[in-house]
Design a protein around this ligand. Structure first.
Ligand SMILES: [Cu+2]
Length: 258
């Protein structure tokens, strides 16, 4: 008859804890050493200061999930292999281990509190609306297109046929967007900015973009809003302030569907 060696079992538990600890240290150490080049875990890096904050929060969540994953799967795989059925006798029955129960209650609470605090901080930053933005744009979503109106410039861009409008923004300047819908629920979504916001009938949403990289990006509707939902595309062009001013002066007398 097989006997259970308590000493070797506790030794094995110590070994598992050590593997988890060393594995986590190696992964976190590698990530910290390569801090300039942390992986993006498939997310856009955010081409605005607000989107960049969202991206860093996502990165933090993803990195923190690695030791959590290891602390679950290493003991799980170990338990499956080490304690698989070897006979018909009933294994030694044990219950409750106060130190482990305290650890697996307290550690998740600490993790949740940390994630909550960081999330609130980033949300406050992303949803902050400047009292004195450099530019304002009124965005109207409708079935099935977009209208971008620049009140200070008198410029209007809108969807016309299969020609998608251009949302032009100056780099390193803050633009406040006023978002409304004239019919059903739409979603104003710019993947490269890591940003999406509902366009709701009867509700006015305000948010800021401070783009930090010149380039062209794709925007789209993120809510299934009807037959031609998939056609609700738009371009986002971020230009230098000088380039933006040149665009503005060439368009201010010539508002049109892009
Ligand atoms: Cu839509």
């Amino acid at each position: 008859m097989r006997t259970i060696d308590v000493a070797s079992r506790s030794f094995s538990v110590v070994r598992v804890v050590r593997v988890v600890r060393v594995g986590s240290a190696l992964v976190l150490g590698g990530l910290v050493l390569g801090a300039c080049n942390l992986p993006g875990f498939g997310a856009d890096r955010g081409a605005t200061t607000q989107g960049h904050s969202t991206f860093h929060l996502f990165q933090f969540f993803a990195i923190l999930s690695i030791p959590v994953l290891l602390s679950v799967f290493v003991p799980l795989v170990y338990a499956i292999l080490r304690f698989k059925r070897r006979g018909d006798e009933i294994p030694k029955q044990t219950h409750s281990h106060i130190p482990i129960e305290i650890v697996y209650t307290v550690v998740p609470i600490i993790i949740i509190v940390v994630l909550f605090v960081f999330t609130v901080r980033v949300e406050n930053k992303v949803t902050a609306v400047s009292a004195h933005p450099n530019l304002r744009v009124d965005v109207t979503a409708y079935q099935w297109g977009w209208k971008f109106y620049y009140p200070s410039l008198g410029i209007t861009e809108y969807t016309e046929g299969n020609h998608y409008p251009d949302l032009v923004l100056p780099e390193n300047e803050t633009t406040t967007v006023r978002l409304v819908s004239s019919d059903v629920v739409h979603g104003f979504y710019i993947p490269a900015f890591d940003f999406s916001r509902y366009a709701l009938p009867g509700v006015t949403n305000y948010f800021d973009f401070t783009p930090n990289q010149v380039g062209s990006f794709i925007g789209r509707c993120s809510q299934l809003c009807g037959l031609y939902h998939s056609e609700m595309l738009f371009h986002v062009s971020v230009d230098t302030p000088a380039g933006f001013n040149a665009w503005a002066s060439s368009h201010s007398s010539n508002s049109k569907g892009a």
